[in-house]
Design a protein around this ligand. Structure first.
Ligand code: DOR
Ligand code: ZN
Length: 344
């Protein structure tokens, strides 16, 4: 039995860091696990300009623990009105990607895109400048069942988008379905996807085990077991199209344990340990290194990190809660014993 795993120092290709006191609370957890992270722009108000992305990056760097070399990779929030000119400024400012939030799809998505065709001139500029397009792939039509939103998005939106922008690098974020896996696996070299730890470890039953479980609620929502199996196979296939993106999304526990519960699982404390658990369960620990440390930078056209991290088989108890500004934040699996531990 393998008792230690050495990995290329990994990155998180999908992360929510929030701002101000919340940012200061969660950032050290990610900086301990990852060298870089793609930082989501769904603040209130959202990060829609290059100047806002630069200012946000400064606030993140200022909140880092002493001595940390963690590097935030910045994104902007695409709106119906993102000017074509803004893409050149974004490129010059070091922004690496724009994020699609279909209006109304999730947390802070009100300013999102109402009709993708309105953004085509901007997407063309991104394709020219080499900025990536990160997609929250769910339709928001009220007549589409919540559990079908990703499959319908793949069916209706991806074909025309790809036909219009043949060389735009697209990442389908937090993939959750077998339809999504099939689309990405069968797609061209400009298409990839991130997969979260919760979608590898749980199916939708986890939301209802013994009662309603708010800390397992995220968007896109957990799906049936057959979809989890497809995601596991994709993550462990060795295909360079699939890579690590936690979608760690902190919400104060008073907001999660509420009559209306915000979407998001907080996994930054133990992300690598959770991925190791998922890969081990299907006998694929040898595939974790490339998934966590190679495929992401390769797709983004960035260098892989130098150095390594080590996970050890050593039971430890995940804290039930950690500080979150003045509030409390409950990690997914808080209070549970995990079998893998990041030691260096
Ligand atoms: O579960 C989620 N939480 N999904 C998202 O798309 C947004 C995120 C958040 O910002 O909390
Ligand atoms: Zn997200």
């Amino acid at each position: 039995m393998t008792d230690t795993i050495t990995l290329t120092r990994p990155d998180d290709w999908h992360l929510h860091l929030r701002d101000e006191a919340a940012l200061a609370s969660v950032l050290p957890h990610t900086a301990r696990q990852f060298a870089r992270a793609i930082v989501m722009p769904n603040l209130r108000p959202p990060v829609t300009t290059a100047a806002q992305a630069v200012a946000y990056r400064e606030r993140i760097l200022a909140a880092l623990p002493e001595g940390s070399d963690f590097q935030p990779l910045m994104t902007m929030y695409l709106t119906d009105n993102t000017p074509v000119d803004e893409i050149k400024r974004a490129k010059a400012a070091g922004v690496v990607a724009l994020k699609l939030y279909p209006a109304g799809a999730t947390t802070n998505s009100d300013a999102g895109v109402t009709d993708l065709r309105k953004t085509y001139a901007t997407l063309e500029a991104m394709q020219r400048e080499g900025l990536l397009f990160l997609v929250h792939g769910e339709v928001t039509d009220a007549d589409v069942d919540l559990f079908d939103r990703e499959a319908v998005f793949v069916d209706r939106v991806m074909g025309p988008l790809r036909a219009a922008m043949p060389e735009l690098k697209i990442v389908m974020e937090h993939l959750t379905t077998k339809e999504g896996v099939q689309y990405v696996a069968g797609g061209d070299r400009f298409t990839a996807a991130t997969i979260t730890p919760q979608h590898l470890l749980y199916n939708r039953n986890a939301l209802f085990t013994g009662g309603l479980r708010p800390h397992y609620y995220c968007l896109p929502v957990l799906k049936r077991e057959e979809h989890r199996q497809a995601l596991l196979q994709a993550a462990a296939s060795g295909s360079a199209k699939f890579f690590l993106g936690t979608d760690s999304a902190p919400h104060a526990s008073v907001m999660k344990e509420n009559s209306v519960c915000g979407a998001g699982c907080f996994t930054a404390l133990s992300a690598l340990e959770l991925y190791a658990e998922a890969f081990e369960a299907i006998g694929a620990l040898d595939k974790l290194d490339a998934f966590a440390g190679h495929h992401g930078p390769d797709f983004y056209g960035l260098p892989r990190n130098a150095g390594t991290v080590t996970l050890k088989r050593e039971p430890w108890t995940l804290p039930e809660a950690v500080p979150f500004g003045d509030a409390q934040l409950k990690p997914l699996r808080g209070g549970d014993t995990l079998n893998w531990k990041l030691i260096a």
